[in-house]
Design a protein around this ligand. Structure first.
Ligand code: SF4
Length: 105
């Protein structure tokens, strides 16, 4: 009988904690700009950090948020392979207010 109670208590605790995590996931969800992922895909993805950012995703986030305008900071990037597709993509996908992301080579 004691084992059954212990199992029920653990089951209830598991359900309660699972519900808490599910609620926290909904409340704390951070909506990410999908353009960050798209720009990151077009970077070399060496995650070398020579651009001064922690990795390619951090560089992509800085580009999309307008904190980084110089694509040449990505040393391994090649203009035609990596940078032109980024410029074209961001030209086609402007900011919510319609303004263009300010980037240059
Ligand atoms: S320099 Fe280029 S390849 Fe290296 S982390 Fe920065 S964006 Fe990625």
């Amino acid at each position: 009988m004691e084992i059954l109670w212990a199992a029920l208590v653990l089951l209830g605790l598991g359900l309660l904690l699972g519900l808490g995590l599910a609620i926290a996931a909904v409340i704390l969800h951070v909506k990410e700009d999908k353009r960050i992922e798209e720009v990151a895909k077009r970077l070399p993805n060496y995650n070398c950090g020579s651009c001064g950012y922690a990795g390619c995703k951090a560089m992509a986030e800085a580009i999309v948020n307008g904190k980084e305008t110089n694509l040449r900071k990505c040393k391994p990037g090649k203009e035609d392979v990596n940078f032109k597709p980024i410029i074209e993509y961001l030209d086609q996908n402007p900011n919510e207010d319609g303004s263009k992301v300010n980037i240059h080579l």
